[in-house]
Design a protein around this ligand. Structure first.
Ligand code: NAD
Length: 499
């Protein structure tokens, strides 16, 4: 059994707590490694070492820091297949999807090559007599990243690249379910020239997270995970005087108007609803067809598409659409929610509950389920299922559909499928959700924009990556400078005869 480590000052360091978390192969159900769970003392020691390293790193000029980022990007590209395999092995997603996971993280690294530009300050010449005013962006110091299981490469990269490019040191606490990708990324960052200690990876659970939240050296916390934990972390970090941005769960709706191309809408729904077994914070989990006829036609198109989805391990020779879910507990929870949907009166038109795969009976596979006639009171509507389950809520009118989305407590992403530009513009303008797709099902903005939800999908300020990340990971200092007139006015510049 492989024993994983922390990554401290450029080397792999064994845990000393004697506590470990099992890391599964979700396709087989076997424990393939164990990851150490750090104690408060271990975390504090790791943070102290990061603080030492950060002082010199902040003094490296931004362009030189950007060169390390450039090399890091090149190394990620060179190691794309290896990283994708690591992602799939611990998460279970298919290899093409795992490559996408690495790729969307890499794109944020690429934008961080522009750190010198992002870090420029402002300057007002002659704000008063002899007075100039200027601002500069300075790193915060040591910051923490706490990340979820569902994007083992992308989200750690979203955290580490901007924080480090801005001159901070980062202590990253990846999900204990998928720790290996973060360890591999830390090795590559070192190979790219990152000084030891600037990126530390500490593995752990609540104890390690709480230690980071209470550690006085940590200046900011970037968290991604479920809503209750996001809210908890935001509260504790803010209470301790830290800057915090905590991104939470989601329940993303896609509105399908009667004039939409229903084949395209059905294809989009199947990809966005069931890709990565629905374990994406930007997955579409609720379809909202407008009008009974639209709903009937959409369900008719969805059924064969959902029934023909191929579920299997990432190692399968034939192409599969999605893999297992992350744990046995997640599988039981998802199947339990599907049962509750049936009990509460929704119509289960495709039933994935009894799915089993020959040779992988102990794997955490869940078949795809499709519900029709879901109502907002049902648990399958209220809960973030985070599994391969798509719910259909029928709306009578556009306004009813918009109200449904507006009343959802979550506000991560949403989409509308329509042929009418006026409807699309109205939806994008009025909906209270952070990321909107128009005839586009998973509207994850590109890396030079920013990513962030509204309502209970995010706590704190500023979005992830792009310009907001540089604002989040730096503090602004503003200098008002006055120089009294002196030597210039009073000095004598002409040759004079000596008296
Ligand atoms: P999670 O909240 O269980 O765990 C996230 C992190 O918090 C992990 O590192 C974990 O170790 C830590 N943690 C868990 N319980 C804790 C506790 N009680 N105290 C302190 N720390 C704790 O989330 P997950 O299951 O790993 O990830 C799935 C969730 O993440 C979903 O809800 C999904 O929507 C969300 N997510 C959101 C975004 C976004 O950008 N909004 C992106 C990806 C995933």
């Amino acid at each position: 059994m492989q024993e994983l480590t922390h990554f401290v000052n450029g080397t792999h360091e064994k845990g000393t707590s004697g506590r470990f978390a099992d890391v599964y192969n979700p396709a087989t159900g076997e424990v393939q490694a164990k990851t150490p769970l750090a104690t408060k003392d271990e975390v504090d020691a790791i943070v102290a070492k990061a603080a030492e390293a950060q002082v010199a790193w902040a003094k490296v000029n931004p362009q030189r820091r950007a060169r390390v980022i450039m090399k890091f990007a090149a190394l990620i590209n060179d190691n794309m297949d290896k990283l994708a395999e690591l992602v799939s092995r611990e998460h279970g997603k298919t290899l093409p999807d795992a490559r996408g996971d690495v790729q969307r993280g890499l794109e944020v690294v690429e934008v961080c090559m522009g750190a010198p530009n992002m870090l420029k300050g402002e300057y007002t010449d002659s704000a008063g007599p002899g007075i100039d005013l200027y601002s500069m962006r300075q790193p915060l110091g040591v910051v923490a990243g706490i990340t979820p299981f569902n994007f083992p490469a992308m989200i750690p990269l979203w955290k580490m690249a901007p924080a480090i490019a801005a001159g901070n040191a980062m202590v990253l606490k990846p999900s204990e379910r998928v720790p290996s990708t973060s360890l591999a990324l830390a090795e590559l960052f070192k190979e790219a020239g990152l000084p030891d200690g600037v990126l530390q990876v500490v593995n752990g659970d609540k104890e390690a997270v709480d230690a980071l939240l209470d550690n006085e050296t940590i200046q900011a916390v970037g968290f991604v995970g479920s809503t209750p934990i996001a809210q908890y972390i935001y509260g504790r970090a803010a209470n301790n005087g830290k800057r915090a941005q905590c991104f939470g769960g989601a329940k993303n709706h896609m509105v399908i108007m009667p004039d939409a191309d229903l084949d395209k809408a059905a294809d989009a729904l199947v990809g966005a609803g069931f890709g990565a077994a629905g374990e994406r914070c930007m997955a579409i989990s609720v379809a909202v067809p407008v009008g009974e006829e639209t709903a009937d036609r959409l369900i008719e198109k969805l059924i064969p598409r959902v029934e023909s989805l191929k579920v299997g391990p990432y190692t399968a020779e034939e192409e599969v659409d999605f893999g297992p879910v992350i744990t046995a507990a997640a599988k039981d929870r998802i199947n339990g929610l599907v049962n509750s949907g049936v009990d509460q009166g929704a119509k289960l038109v495709v039933d994935g509950r009894d799915f089993s795969l020959q040779g992988y009976e102990d794997g955490f596979f869940v078949g795809p389920s499709l519900f029709d006639h879901v109502t907002p009171e049902m648990d399958i509507y209220k809960e973030e299922i985070f599994g391969p389950v798509l719910s259909t809520v029928r709306a009578g009118t556009y306004d009813e559909a918009l109200d449904l989305v507006m009343n959802s407590p979550y506000g991560n992403g949403t989409a509308i499928f329509t042929a009418d530009g006026d409807t699309a513009r109205d939806y994008a303008s009025r909906v209270n959700v952070g990321m909107v797709g128009i005839n586009f099902p998973i509207p994850v903005p590109l890396s030079y924009y920013t990513f962030g939800g509204w309502k209970k999908s995010a706590f704190g300020d500023l979005n992830q990556y792009g310009p907001d990340a540089f604002r989040f990971y730096t503090k602004t200092k503003t200098v008002t400078s006055r120089w009294f007139s002196g030597i210039k006015d009073g000095g004598e510049f002409n040759f004079k005869a000596m008296d």
